[in-house]
Design a protein around this ligand. Sequence first.
Ligand code: ZN
Length: 142
Amino acid sequence: MKIYTPLYFRPEELLPPEVFAELGARGLLLFPADLLRVADRLREIVGRLQCNTWYWHRGAQTQCYRGFRPYDCKIGAKRSMHKMGLALDFLPLDTSVEDCRKVIQEQHQQDFAPIRRLEKNVSWLHLDMMPTGDQRLVLFDG
Ligand SMILES: [Zn+2]
């Protein structure tokens, strides 16, 4: 199997430190390639997207679990799609979260078809590939 290497994200940005320490770049296999591809596509359209920051900034405010979450992770929902490698959280640096949601909704068929759900009413962009049984994009309240 060939690892899809994202163009705009290092493995350290999508994996928590303990998983990266164990698996290195091969940890990207925890995500479906389609999820990494749509992240790259979104980055091309909306500009910089911040995921985990632990590689650059240590300390209390650092982000470790915006991408993949180990099963025993206490952050977020117990059965979160992040624990299946099917979700990513981003903070856009060049535009607003609302604008990112709008772009994904408007260009869903062309560019973001693998995305099944966006979380609404949160201050970050959560996108995931939860199998919902159809092709539509769902906005859900977390
Ligand atoms: Zn999330």
